[in-house]
Design a protein around this ligand. Structure first.
Ligand code: ADP
Ligand code: MG
Length: 615
């Protein structure tokens, strides 16, 4: 039999590589801008037509390329930025992999014009789908212009996958701003469909920030400057009163690279504790400089994560530096207000009107009549999005509401006399230990009856509210995994996860590389077991494919899925202490009576009802 293995032709290999580097027009913008900076440009112009679908062009006045280099730069692994493996640990340029231009040229029609200062004539190259169609001398200015036309012209599936113009443009804007905010010493302009949307002159950092974020931002900024052995931190934070609920301006740059870090974000937010309304998030632009060899940037080119050698120290320093500055500029004491407990509820409940429980007991109520049906509801895949499906009947509702109201009322009374004690656990008879039946329900005695608690749903409720509170207060905590965990999904499902990245990260996951049919997790929410993550992502994908009713935020749905994954399953044995803790936590919830999908978590039965059953 003949041999079957062959090397992939370059243009196919490049196309495959492009899948990772060029995800959308914004990726091209990022790569071209970074190349212009690496080339030492003092002035950079970005031109975008149709959100990058038709044209992305970057023109710089940097050092340009020789005619040979102009040809070579489109080869894979062609770079002028590293020569030996050691260089990897001391990278001062933005790029170093030598794959951006090769990837872009594999999936678009590219025209490169470039000239070095010392040369009379420059070079023009046309390349499309990795094939050179022109390579000639040309009269042109010093520097480089790269025009990328009709992105994904040869991969219709990718082209069709692009999002709306406004979404793609938002991504391009983000990339442009991130680059502009790190190089105030370079002038930038940006044209969108022939209109100049940015014209940023050279200046100092503060001037650049104000030019990018708008004139009004000037009065909001508080400077930060802190130096320790391991790092320097420069930049600005926003005064607490300008904290925002939606999309605050939050930028972390490490050695002039934009990065995302839920962990360091938490450090900043923590410094604002007590100064901003719960649910609001502070704005900041923080520039960290650390020795190049203490970070690992050799991760995915399109990703913005970074690995630090000593994350804990950085966390502490950032938090202290922000606190220090807020105090120094005297913004803190003015805004120190008592927390309003009414604002502490998870945001999804804020809009809800308070329930007025009715106190009309129906003695004929039979708590068991719906149980068989709900026991059979094993498939949770589409729970929670049909608000009416699992609603209690009016009669049932008034019944448990009334009993619950009684529980609350007498608990409140008790609390008045013993203010230090927690509330509802009194009502669960103290000398009575809860017990489990069939490792599915717990039974607890109430002062005026008893109640059955669905252990799994109860815990879902508890975890769900904990997650929402953390998100609302921007305290999302992620635990780093020792080794990245790979989650396997179908190709199209990876895109779904990509689209939800921001929301999933708010819950506490951190992503590593995205591959065609898998995605790497480098961090998961605290308290979550790693082994649950595959199932969780499958659930998220399954849910995302369903129509989500308006008004529900992705992050809520994801929190629901996570609560579902993390909750103890039916069949788990619980110690008495565990049961007591669960009951206590449940009744500390804002909405203890239903699980995140709207199904009952407990059923109270009054002595009257029990008596009635014996009649
Ligand atoms: P990398 O930036 O990782 O080296 P790229 O594919 O982005 O890889 O670029 C390949 C090479 O082409 C660079 O190393 C650089 O030598 C050259 N190059 C790219 N863009 C420019 C530019 N705007 N000006 C001068 N040289 C450039
Ligand atoms: Mg590059």
């Amino acid at each position: 039999m003949s041999d079957v293995i062959q090397l992939l032709p370059d243009h196919i290999a490049n196309q495959i590589a492009a899948g990772e580097v060029v995800q959308r027009p914004a990726s091209v913008v990022k790569e071209l801008l970074e190349n212009a900076i690496d080339a030492g440009a003092g002035s950079i112009k970005l031109v975008v037509v149709d959100s990058g679908r038709t044209l992305i062009q970057v023109i710089d006045n940097g050092k340009g390329m020789s005619t040979t280099d102009a040809r070579l730069c489109f080869e894979r692994h062609a770079t002028s930025k590293i020569k030996k493996a050691d260089d990897l640990f001391n990278i001062s340029t933005k790029g170093f992999r030598g794959e951006a231009l090769a990837s872009i040229a594999a999936v678009a029609q590219v025209t490169l014009k470039t000239k070095r200062e010392s040369e009379e004539l420059g070079t023009v190259i046309n390349i499309e789908g990795s094939k050179i169609t022109k390579h000639e001398p040309v009269a042109t200015e010093k520097g480089t212009s790269i025009a990328v036309k009709n992105l994904f012209f040869n991969i219709p599936a990718r082209r069709n996958f692009l999002k709306s113009d406004s979404v793609e443009m938002r991504h391009i804007n983000d990339e442009f701003q991130r680059v502009a905010l790190t190089h105030p010493d370079i002038s930038f302009s940006m044209f969108q469909n022939q209109v100049e949307v940015f014209n940023l002159k050279k200046g100092n950092l503060r001037q650049r920030i104000v030019a990018v974020l708008g004139k009004k931002s000037n009065e909001k900024l508080v400077p930060i400057s802190e130096e320790i052995e391991q790092a320097t931190i420069e930049g600005y934070v926003f005064k607490p009163e300008f904290a925002k609920k939606k999309q605050p301006d939050q930028f972390f740059f490490v050695n002039n690279r934009f990065i995302k870090s839920a962990y360091l974000n938490h450090a900043v937010s923590g410094a604002y504790e007590g100064m901003i309304q719960p649910g609001c998030r502070p704005g900041y632009l923080l520039y960290l400089t650390v020795p190049q060899n203490t970070i690992d940037i050799n991760i995915h080119p399109t990703k913005t994560e970074i690995k630090f050698e000593d994350e804990h120290t950085l966390y502490a320093v950032i938090r202290a530096a922000v606190k220090h500055s807020l105090g120094l500029y005297n913004v803190a004491p003015v805004l120190d207000f008592d927390k309003d407990p009414a604002l502490e509820v998870p945001y999804s409940y804020k809009s809800k009107l308070p329930n007025n429980p009715r106190i009309n007991v129906d003695p004929t109520f039979n708590p068991f009549k719906n149980e068989q049906q709900s026991q059979r509801q094993k498939s949770f895949h589409n729970v929670g999005y049909s608000p009416s499906a699992n609603k209690l009947s009016q009669q049932e509702k008034s019944n448990w509401e009334s009993m619950y109201a009684e529980i609350k009322a007498s608990a409140a009374d008790l609390e008045k006399s013993q203010p230090k004690q927690a509330s509802l656990d009194f009502e669960i008879a103290r000398d009575f230990k809860p017990f489990q039946i069939h490792q599915k329900y717990m039974v607890a005695e109430l002062k005026n009856g008893l109640m059955y608690v669905h252990q799994n749903r109860a815990q879902q409720r508890i975890i769900y509210e904990q997650l929402l509170k953390r998100i609302t207060h921007d305290e999302t905590m992620s635990q780093q995994l020792l080794f990245p965990k790979e989650i396997h999904l179908q190709k199209t499902d990876i895109q779904i996860i990509k689209d939800l990245t921001v929301d999933i990260e708010r819950i506490g996951f951190t992503f590593g590389n995205f591959y065609d049919e898998s995605v790497e997790l480098v961090g998961i929410p605290v308290n979550m077991e790693e082994s649950l993550s595959q199932e969780f992502f499958e659930d998220v994908v399954a849910n995302a494919k369903q129509d989500i009713p308006q008004g529900i935020e992705n992050v809520e749905i994801i929190a629901k899925r996570l609560a579902f994954s993390m909750a103890i399953k039916t069949g788990a044995k619980l110690s008495t202490e565990e049961q007591e803790k669960l009951l206590k936590q449940l009744f500390e919830c804002e909405e203890p009576s239903i699980d995140p999908s709207g199904k009952k978590t407990f059923i109270p039965i009054s002595m009257k009802e029990i008596d009635h059953l014996f009649n």
